[in-house]
Design a protein around this ligand. Structure first.
Ligand code: 6PG
Length: 259
């Protein structure tokens, strides 16, 4: 049984602040033990406010960015200057506002061909990160979003990428997404010490209810493929929880309400 720590805040503002505190707490724990802190960031729109919070003056002063190593959980296969690029969004909302050494920043390459770039990114993970007993690269924390269709990272419903167990990153052609993507695969996501899904709003109520339902299938709701070795947190707001009483819920959910 997978334990899920479901953290429910009144609105996304409190949810973002809770995740910010959690990220900094994880950073402190890891770096206090003398290790660098490796984090894989999510793309899309929801985490923008988290990145803007973490890079605000009072928050960015709470950590030594030289001890933080940034990766991405997925990327749109476009130039890094493209407005659709997750890396561009993360640069604009976070990286350009903090004193992080360039060598600590690991964007997904998107300038060759998608399969070569996916393999190159997987090699970076292999080279930079510690390994689990199963040999998978291990992040300290992976931040993910949740799509309305239940996708996470760029693992979409029905995708063959959901079955990949021997590669850490793959190129994908999502049926309804405007661009191809590169995504980390479930073995890497599930090897993390901490997996945090930040999701909010009424539009995510259906996906969240299917993610937390007793019955469900990973090929239909890819986020159901998350079963981390470490902690699994879903941080959300009341709006996204509106439909949690419509389905029997899975075992292992521990709910915390944030005021
Ligand atoms: C991306 C993201 C994607 C995102 C979800 C939720 O590249 O778009 O990695 O997986 O997290 O689609 O997106 P929103 O937070 O914008 O709803």
């Amino acid at each position: 049984m997978v334990r899920i720590d479901l953290v429910v805040a009144p609105t996304i503002t409190e949810a973002v602040r809770w995740v910010g505190d959690h990220v900094l707490g994880a950073y402190k724990d890891v770096t206090a033990a003398g290790s660098p802190f490796s984090i894989a960031l999510a793309g899309g729109g929801t985490p923008r406010s988290l990145y803007e919070l973490l890079s605000s003056p009072l928050w960015r002063a709470r950590c030594d960015w030289g001890k933080i190593h940034v990766y991405l959980g997925d990327e749109r296969y476009v130039p890094h200057t493209d407005p659709r690029s997750n890396y561009r969004m993360i640069r604009e909302t976070l990286l350009d506002r903090v004193l992080i050494p360039p060598r600590n920043v690991n964007p997904v390459p998107t300038a060759s061909d998608i399969d070569s770039d996916a393999a190159a990114y997987a090699a970076v993970l292999d080279s930079n990160l510690p390994k689990t007993d199963a040999g998978a690269p291990q992040f300290d924390l992976v931040l993910l979003g949740l799509g309305p269709d239940g996708h996470t990272a760029s693992l979409f419903p029905g995708s063959a990428a959901l079955e990949v167990t021997d590669r850490w990153a793959v190129g994908v052609e999502p049926p309804n997404a405007p661009t191809p993507r590169i995504s980390l695969t479930l073995p890497v996501l599930n090897s993390a010490r901490d997996v945090v899904i930040l999701t909010a709003g009424t539009l995510k109520a259906g996906a969240l209810s299917h993610l937390l339902a007793k019955e469900g299938d990973t090929s239909e709701i890819p986020a159901r493929g998350l079963a981390p070795e470490g902690r699994f947190l879903i941080v959300t707001d009341l709006e996204a929880c509106e439909r949690l009483d419509t389905l029997p819920l899975r075992d292992g959910i521990v709910t915390t309400r944030v005021t």
